[in-house]
Design a protein around this ligand. Structure first.
Ligand SMILES: Cc1cc2nc3c(=O)[nH]c(=O)nc-3n(C[C@H](O)[C@H](O)[C@H](O)COP(=O)(O)O)c2cc1C
Length: 449
């Protein structure tokens, strides 16, 4: 930080009051979602220099930030257009990661030695906004120091017009979860490429918006990822391997196979070790600047499993111990079948699924340290975990489905957590019905083929 830079939290703060009001009014329940609401055109910079990236990108875990070509695979797997889905008589572009209402309010920008660019997923191209190296200016706007030598900086933004028409006020919470999902995807890929990295949530947003030339009333920076040097070649993965590194190497394949289990689940049991494996993958440390000061313990998220058809677990709600990973039954709780509203899609999906994994966090303790910004920080972390769950489920041969339409009060009674802790998002897991949705993969090279 420079001496003249404003101090964290940089923006006017109400110490959590504004966030509390927002949550009570909009964020604590998913409203009726208008999926026919108008969608904006994809964001693009027609005046900018367009740099085509190598096509088809390889489904590989590796990147080199010296040239645009070295980043094509990473960008495609993080946020590209990776498949074409035909369903319900319609067709749409499929992406490598989920987004609430398939709205994809996020945009992906990057800073590297060759300049500052916007990624255009539909064309798999970079739009160069500036040739100058902006990395230092961006790093100066961050509260925490980036990794030792930052080769690449990813900037994740959210655009209001992409999801507020469909979700109303709830769209702001969705944006925070979506940013987390995107950050989780990038994080998994950069880790798999062997690079050091850090997710930043504490930064001078106004300065970063200015660097990107954004009007914050329309679009704003929500997360920054700084990364060191990555491997540029895919790691060889034996078909069956006990090498712990192999699960990282297989990540591109999992990303290419992941999709929401839109055709539902087979109403059959899944073995407990599969569920535990997924929870363990989600619970790994997030390399980030998120700390709740004196209340570090409150900054961490908790994972719960509402078992429905899990071999070895009676139907009930269980909490994963952060220290041992064991699932302990939550006592004196409500009927888990009431998690989703009666008669809705969620109830049917929940009935078929093997279990609902609940991601739980604490708003109140974080407001004391980070103020209103904590609302986004917490949901961003939840998004990271949700994305890890989706990828781990795919790796375990299971389907997944993120859901925000659970009954918050019921969910909070179910988990029976200490005051302040609440369910942030739910992920249904189970054996996917049929063979899953038909999809045509657009990434043909390397491990995706
Ligand atoms: C934060 C978040 C919340 C979501 N909530 C729901 C939900 O409540 N109900 C639902 O059916 N799908 C939900 N989804 C899944 C999206 O509808 C799905 O990701 C999107 O249609 C894209 O399809 P794909 O995941 O198959 O690529 C959610 C996804 C995200 C990221």
């Amino acid at each position: 930080m420079t001496a003249s830079a404003p101090a964290y939290p940089y923006t006017p703060e109400t110490g959590g009051t504004a966030a509390r009001l927002y949550h009570a009014e909009y964020g604590s329940r998913m409203p009726y979602v208008d999926l026919t609401a108008p969608r904006p055109e994809a964001k693009s910079y027609p005046e900018a220099e367009a740099i085509a990236l190598p096509y088809p990108p390889r489904a590989s875990a590796g990147f080199r930030a010296e040239t645009p070509d070295g980043l094509g695979d990473l960008l495609a797997l993080t946020y590209g257009v990776t498949r074409i889905d035909w369903s319900g008589g319609g067709v749409r572009a499929g992406r490598p990661l989920p987004s609430g209402g398939a709205a994809y309010p996020g945009e992906l920008y990057l800073a590297a030695g060759f300049g500052l660019c916007h990624y255009l997923p539909s064309a798999h191209a970079l739009e160069r906004l500036e040739r100058a190296d902006a990395r230092r200016r961006i790093a100066e706007a961050l509260e925490a120091q980036p990794v030792e030598r930052t080769e690449l900086i990813l900037l994740l933004t959210s655009r209001h017009e992409a999801n507020l028409p469909a979700f109303g006020g709830f769209g702001h919470k969705m944006q925070a979860l979506d940013t987390g999902v995107m950050a989780g995807q990038a994080l998994s890929l950069i880790e798999a490429a062997g690079a050091e990295l850090r997710v930043h949530t504490r930064f001078d947003e106004a300065r970063l918006n200015e660097i990107l030339g954004l009007d914050p009333r329309a679009e704003s920076v929500r997360a920054v990822i700084t990364a060191g040097r990555g491997r540029d070649e895919p790691i060889a993965v034996p078909a069956f391997s006990t090498d712990p590194g192999a699960s990282h190497a297989g990540l591109p394949r999992r990303i290419m196979s992941r999709h929401t289990a839109a055709d539902g689940f087979e109403a059959v049991s899944v073995p407990l070790p599969r569920v535990q494996e997924i929870l363990d993958a989600a619970a790994g440390e997030i390399p980030s600047d998120i700390r709740a000061g004196h209340g570090t313990e409150f900054a961490s998220l908790d994972l719960y499993c509402v078992a429905n058809r899990v071999d070895g677990l009676e139907p009930a709600c269980y909490r994963r111990s952060p220290t041992t990973g064991a699932l302990g039954r939550v006592r004196e709780t409500v009927d888990p079948r009431t998690l989703f509203p009666c008669g809705g899609d969620g109830e049917l999906a929940g009935f078929q699924a093997a279990c609902a994994l609940l991601i739980v966090g604490d708003y109140e303790h974080g407001y004391r340290v980070h103020g209103d910004r904590w609302y986004r920080m917490l949901n961003l972390q939840a998004g990271i975990l949700a994305q890890r769950i989706g990828l781990a489920a795919t790796g375990a041969g299971l389907g997944s489905m993120l859901r925000c339409d659970y009954q918050v009060k019921v969910a909070d009674r179910l988990i029976h957590a200490s005051p302040g802790r609440t369910v942030l998002v739910a992920v249904l897991i189970g054996l996917e019905h049929g063979v899953g949705r038909p999809g045509h993969r657009l990434l043909l090279g390397g491990y995706g083929s």
